[in-house]
Design a protein around this ligand. Sequence first.
Ligand SMILES: *[C@@H]1O[C@H](CO)[C@@H](O)[C@H](O)[C@H]1NC(C)=O
Ligand SMILES: *[C@@H]1O[C@H](CO)[C@@H](O)[C@H](O)[C@H]1NC(C)=O
Ligand SMILES: *[C@@H]1O[C@H](CO)[C@@H](O)[C@H](O)[C@H]1NC(C)=O
Ligand SMILES: *[C@@H]1O[C@H](CO)[C@@H](O)[C@H](O)[C@H]1NC(C)=O
Ligand SMILES: *[C@@H]1O[C@H](CO)[C@@H](O)[C@H](O)[C@H]1NC(C)=O
Length: 468
Amino acid sequence: MGRLCFSKCRPSRVMGWLQIVFGGLVIIVSMSSLFRFYNAGFFLHNEEICRHFYGVKNVYEGFDIIALQDRVGEVLNRLENLQDKLELTVQKLEKNKEILDKTNITKLEYKKYLEEEVIRPLYSAHIALRQVRLPRLEGIRNSTMKEEPLINTFVIEEIRKYITPKENRVGKVNIYGTERIYNTIGHACVLYKKELEEYMDYDIGSYCEDDWNVAQKLMLSGCDPLPRRRCLTRASKVYQKPYPINESLWKLPDDRNVRWGNYQCRNFQCLSSKNPKRGYSKCSGCFEMEKEKLKWVTNSSLPIDFLISDFLKIKPGEIRIGLDCGIGTGTFAARMRELNVTIISTALNLGAPFNEMIALRGLVPLYVALNQRLPFFDNTMDLIHTAGFLDGWIDLQLLDFILFDWDRILRPGGFLWIDRFFCNRKDLDDFMYMFLQFRYKKHKWVTSPKSKDEVYFSALLEKPPRAI
Ligand SMILES: *[C@@H]1O[C@H](CO)[C@@H](O)[C@H](O)[C@H]1NC(C)=O
Ligand SMILES: *[C@@H]1O[C@H](CO)[C@@H](O)[C@H](O)[C@H]1NC(C)=O
Ligand SMILES: *[C@@H]1O[C@H](CO)[C@@H](O)[C@H](O)[C@H]1NC(C)=O
Ligand SMILES: *[C@@H]1O[C@H](CO)[C@@H](O)[C@H](O)[C@H]1NC(C)=O
Ligand SMILES: *[C@@H]1O[C@H](CO)[C@@H](O)[C@H](O)[C@H]1NC(C)=O
């Protein structure tokens, strides 16, 4: 590298020197592309495992990782030296005013130029290079055999970084008592490699694409939990402050508080059940507050519809927190809130802004798909209410896992309120067995015909205390 001489030389020479620096950056960038390429050969020291997971074709025999690592070390050192020198020069420039006064570029402009155009990119190149994760030469840690191969199925650097386990800083113990943190993604992500890589291909720190629908599609396809991203999510440019809680519960929110780009509708009125092009099918009518106001507080013509007041009378004051699993706009939670019961409502944005709607009403939406174990601890909830999504389509074994998970989070004496479950008449016995297997106390248990072939079923069940 040429000798540094800012304080003595003319701008043309400075520019020449900068060219060398940028040349270096180009080398660095191409180096990091090299790593991406060759990292596919990660397991060349452990071919057996590699064969097991990926077959032999991905092993690049003969690639000298040690040499590559030495090379990176060298580049890192040089970068560090360069950075020091540049910063020193800026300091010197600040002291020696008159040198640059003669030229057409002012000293201040020069300093700014160096700081913004040279030091900052150099610094980020430095950081980026440090974050390139090289294969470990010592072999694979016992515990990471499972996920380290996964890293090498991805090409996009951001997702590789994301799923690489993050070791605690040297000598530190984390609050969880683990040596490292695993950022996880659902294993089904591997099936959606292209979409996931698209999703993770962004400029760090800049705006994300308006792609929540891509994210949701991945979630619903089993790529769940999704990786976090280091880009800024977009928001409505004209976001209005939400209505106060005494108004928000029963009022359609301000249209300006939703980004409508990925929906068929462009405002809340359009989501009305009267509109055949509303873009969603489940819970039609649930964006009409007049209809919603009737639910669970007025006697319906069907015996399967229970009233909240009747339910709360079973154990006055004992129902305080719960979960509403279903598809809707949070009306159950709104009613319960008025009665001082806190309900979290699961919601997916299936064709309409359900999450935004619930949140703008002043309630808590929980954005989860069916794929996941619920993020609540055992024996914590007073109530699980479910309406609108559990019905005859569901695989019995899937339903079984879901019911056991609900049982897990319900506290002893807590309630499972199955609201308007429906299925084919001939399947009813199978489903009944599912619900009965837990030996809950039956407070209400009602079936009612839905159509010629289908039946409705509602139940109010209490989880018993368990001796063990
Ligand atoms: C400043 O710029 C003018 C024209 O752009 C040029 O004639 C002059 O030589 C420059 N001065 C210095 C010191 O470079
Ligand atoms: C894996 O762990 C076991 C016991 O914890 C140890 O005996 C073995 O040597 C370890 N293997 C590797 C490759 O570190
Ligand atoms: C809601 O509460 C605010 C004060 O907290 C009050 O000014 C406003 O009038 C109330 N709105 C309604 C509809 O009651
Ligand atoms: C519902 O009907 C029952 C009797 O059928 C009656 O006692 C009760 O008051 C009614 N509740 C409401 C909210 O109309
Ligand atoms: C809810 O709590 C508030 C404040 O504690 C109380 O004033 C109100 O009466 C309660 N409402 C019901 C229905 O219990």
